[in-house]
Design a protein around this ligand. Structure first.
Ligand SMILES: O=C(O)CCC(=O)C(=O)O
Ligand SMILES: [Fe+2]
Length: 346
């Protein structure tokens, strides 16, 4: 089947409402779409979310983030990540790096609180978040956002299980295992501010990368032509092509991270994406990363291995290296450690 040049839109509402026999059919239909989108693109638009997050709340989240980025540099600098655990807080333009090149954006990041480390007070990812006090609504609005994104994260976890053919209605071992992996889900909330990319910038607005965990739920302003997704196509010389993932009103852009790739035995692909924002506006986006529990040991699920061998018998041949279990927290810390260049002045 030819691959379309826009991402599919998937209505998640059957996983958010009442459980009836009719809604089971609807959930199965949604799960089939999730399977298709994750196999082909690793990306889709998530619609049917208005029972969880209203348009007003979406606007408000972008507006507090935009207001924060408009605050004086000295004020934002009080929250710099090097004053904390090296990851939580504000990063000025150029402090985020992707493949050794500075990204042209500023950001403010929060992570699920982890207890401070007893051996190392500055241990990466351990310690408190550095919340801005201006605007005063920043913290309550985004804390509420974090709660709401969890509801969608759990719904996506169930949809993924069903997509893999796992029995989520009964009490199957695999569904129990998947639930255990998100018993205490880790999360990352980013707010990102993108000024227009200068012609002579060395890097781009956000360099090409894959996300690390389960699902990224991206809410961005209405800027067009900024976020791009790499569509794999083995018949093309470049291995694929970049397409725009422009915002769709009332929907999020969702992509899967590397832990879903692992649990799905590589059937579902974490996909490269990047941001090139050249328009004259100041773009704001809020990606929320719904992740497995910090200590989860993620491994390919038997249903996924079975499905993979049914779909492409050659990939289960003995020549392909098996996917090893991954300790999510260790994997995350190694990735985050390479994300920042803190030598920058200021
Ligand atoms: O700002 C965006 O549209 C995407 C940002 C992103 O990919 C990320 O923070 O991982
Ligand atoms: Fe990303």
């Amino acid at each position: 089947m030819p691959t379309a040049l826009t991402l599919p839109i998937i209505d998640i509402s059957p996983f958010l409402g009442e459980r009836t026999p009719a809604s089971l059919l609807a959930r199965q239909a949604t799960a089939a779409q999730v399977h298709d989108a994750c196999t082909r693109y690793g990306f889709f638009y998530l619609s049917g979310i208005e029972s969880v997050v209203s348009q007003e709340e979406m606007d408000e989240a972008l507006s507090v983030a935009r207001e924060f980025f408009g605050r004086p540099e000295e004020e934002k600098a009080l929250l710099r990540i090097k004053k904390g655990d090296g990851a939580r807080g504000w990063q000025k333009i150029g402090e985020n790096v992707t493949q050794y090149k500075a990204d042209w954006h500023e950001g403010w990041d929060a992570y699920k609180p982890l207890p401070p480390s007893e051996e190392d007070a500055t241990k990466l990812l351990h310690g408190p978040n550095q919340w801005p006090t201006h605007p005063s609504s920043f913290r309550p609005v985004l804390e509420r956002w974090v709660e709401k994104m969890h509801v969608l994260g759990y719904a996506l976890t169930e949809a993924t299980a069903l997509a893999l053919g796992i029995d989520v209605e009964g009490d199957s071992d695999e569904w129990r295992k998947m639930r255990a992996w998100v018993r205490d889900p880790f999360w990352v909330l980013r707010t990102i501010g993108y000024p227009p990319l200068p012609e002579d910038a060395e890097g781009i607005s956000c360099g090409a990368h894959k996300d690390y965990g389960y699902y990224t739920l991206l809410h961005a302003d209405s800027t067009l032509g900024a976020l791009q997704v790499f569509l794999r196509d083995s018949s093309s010389e470049a291995g694929g092509t970049w397409i725009n993932a422009d915002p769709v009103p009332g929907a999020f852009v969702v992509n899967i991270g590397e832990m879903v790739e692992v649990l799905s035995a590589g059937l579902y692909k974490a996909t490269l994406h990047r941001v090139i924002h050249k328009a004259p506006s100041y773009r704001v986006s809020i990606p929320f990363f719904f992740e497995p529990s910090y200590d989860a040991l993620i491994e390919p699920l038997p249903s996924a291995l079975r499905l993979r061998s049914q779909l492409s018998p050659s990939s289960s041949s003995t020549t392909e290296a098996p996917i090893k279990p991954v300790h999510y927290g260790t994997f995350l810390a190694s990735k985050v450690a390479g994300n920042f260049a803190l030598e920058a002045e200021g």
